[in-house]
Design a protein around this ligand. Structure first.
Ligand SMILES: *Cc1c(COP(=O)(O)O)cnc(C)c1O
Length: 383
C-alpha cells in the first residue's frame, strides 16, 4: 500500500478491495496447500503454501508497510521467527544478546552455542561500556536487541547501537514484540531486521501463536525467503487471516492498553503497600528519556514490587480475580504474572538478582477493559 497513509489506515485497509473475482471487501482466506500450473514449466503467481500464500502475503505486506521495511516473512510462532533469523547466519557467527532477553531466545541461542553452531555472548546492553568496549571486543555478526525488556521495561538506544554495529559490519535485529509497530519502528532507527511475536499485541486476541520478521536489506530478505521455506516454518493461512483481522484494530487497542497501564501505574505509585513501580512513562524510570526519544508511546506493560514478600504477593494475585494469572501478554484481556516463578523460573536466583527480578515483583499486561473496573479490582486486592 502507498506509504502516504498513517499506520491506523494501513492496518485497517490491508488487502481490502483486492478480490478481483467477486469484489469481496475482505480478501478471502486461501485455505489451500497448492496452486495449479498454467502448463509445464509455467507456474502461476503461487505454487505451494509452505513457500507463499495470498492470505499470508496480505499480512506480510501490512507489517512491512507498518515497519517501513522492504519485505519479510510470517512464521508459525515468535520462536520460529527467531529461529529463522538464527538460520541466516553463517556457522560460528558471533552474536550479542541482552542478558535479560526473552527466555525462549536465551534457550535457543545458548543451545546453539553449546552445539558449536554460533558464538553467543549475553551482555548488559544498557551498561556504559557496551557501545564503547563490548562491541569492539566481540566484533559481532549480529546484535540482537530486545527493547523494552521484560519485565522491568529497560530500553536501549536502537539508533546508537545500529550506528556502532555498522562500523563492525554487524547486523542489528530488534525484537519489537512489547511495543508493536504502532509504538516503535526499529528499521527507521537504523536496525536491519525487526522481529515480532504476533501472538501478542499484533494479533491481540490471545487465540493465535505466530511470528513475523521484516527487513529493509535485500540480501537479508532473500535469505529469509529461502530459509523460511527450507525450514518449513511459515505461518498457516488461517492463522494469518486471524492475525490480519486482529491487526486492523492494533492502533486503537494500543491506545487503550496504554491508557489503562498509565492509570494503574498512577494508583500503584501512590500506594503505601507498593514499593518500586516500573513503567517507562514515569520520569524517574531509568529508561524514560530513551523511551521518549525512540518510542511513540510507553506501552501497556508495567511491573511493581509489593513491600511485604511472597505471601503478600500470593494473596494479592489471588484477590485480584479480574486478572488471570498467565505468562503471556498483549491480548485484549488484562493478565497478571509472577516473573520470579513464571517467565524467569528457569534462571538461578543469582541470575534473577543480577537482572533485578525479586520474589516481590508482579507484572501486569494491561488489557482494554474499562479503566475504573481495573482500578477498583486492584485497589480492593491491595486492601
Ligand atoms: C512471546 C515472546 C516471544 C516468543 O513468541 P511465541 O509466539 O511465544 O513463540 C519472543 N519475544 C518476546 C519478547 C515475547 O514476548
Amino acid at each position: 500500500m502507498s506509504k502516504k497513509f498513517k499506520k491506523e489506515t494501513i492496518a485497517s485497509k490491508a488487502g481490502v478491495g483486492t478480490d478481483k473475482q467477486h469484489g469481496a471487501i475482505i480478501p478471502p482466506l486461501y485455505l489451500t496447500s497448492n496452486f495449479e500450473y498454467d502448463k509445464i514449466g509455467e507456474k502461476q503467481e503461487y505454487e505451494y503454501t509452505r513457500q507463499s500464500n495470498p492470505t499470508r502475503d496480505h499480512l506480510i505486506a501490512a507489517l512491512t508497510d507498518l515497519e517501513g521495511g522492504l519485505g519479510g516473512e510470517i512464521l508459525s510462532s515468535g520462536m520460529a521467527a527467531i529461529t529463522l533469523v538464527a538460520n541466516i547466519l553463517q556457522l560460528k557467527s558471533r552474536v550479542i544478546l541482552p542478558h535479560d532477553c526473552y527466555g525462549g531466545t536465551f534457550r535457543l541461542f545458548s543451545t546453539l552455542a553449546k552445539k558449536g553452531i554460533l558464538e553467543v555472548y549475553f551482555v548488559n546492553q544498557g551498561h556504559d561500556s557496551f557501545l564503547k568496549e563490548t562491541i569492539n571486543e566481540i566484533n559481532p555478526d549480529l546484535i540482537w536487541v530486545e527493547t523494552p525488556s521484560n519485565p522491568l521495561l529497560q530500553a536501549v538506544d536502537i539508533q546508537k547501537i545500529s550506528e556502532q554495529a555498522k562500523k563492525y559490519n554487524s547486523l542489528v535485529a530488534v525484537d519489537n514484540t512489547f511495543l508493536s509497530p504502532s509504538l516503535q519502528n526499529p528499521l527507521k532507527l537504523g536496525a536491519d531486521i525487526v522481529m515480532h511475536s504476533t501472538t501478542k499485541y499484533i494479533n491481540g486476541h490471545s487465540d493465535v501463536i505466530g511470528g513475523a520478521v521484516i527487513t529493509n536489506n535485500p540480501e537479508v530478505l532473500s535469505e529469509l525467503k529461502f530459509w523460511s521455506n527450507a525450514l518449513g516454518i511459515t505461518g498457516s493461512p488461517f492463522d494469518s487471516y486471524l492475525t490480519l483481522r486482529g491487526l486492523r484494530t492494533l492502533g486503537i487497542r494500543m491506545q487503550q492498553h496504554e491508557k489503562n497501564a498509565v492509570a494503574i501505574v498512577e494508583l500503584l505509585s501512590n500506594h503505601p503497600k507498593v514499593g518500586n513501580v516500573y513503567y517507562p512513562g514515569l520520569s524517574d524510570h531509568p529508561s524514560h528519556s530513551i523511551a521518549k526519544k525512540q518510542q511513540s508511546g510507553f506501552g501497556g506493560m508495567l511491573s511493581f514490587e509489593l513491600n511485604n514478600g511472597l505471601s503478600e504477593v500470593e494473596s494479592f494475585i489471588k484477590a485480584v480475580n479480574i486478572l488471570p494469572l498467565a505468562a503471556s501478554l498483549g491480548g485484549f484481556e488484562s493478565l497478571i504474572s509472577h516473573p520470579y516463578t513464571m517467565t524467569h523460573g528457569d534462571l538461578t536466583s543469582n541470575q534473577k538478582k543480577e537482572i533485578g527480578i525479586s520474589e516481590n515483583l508482579i507484572r501486569i499486561s494491561a488489557g482494554i477493559e474499562n479503566t475504573d473496573d481495573l482500578l477498583d479490582a486492584i485497589k480492593n486486592a491491595l486492601k
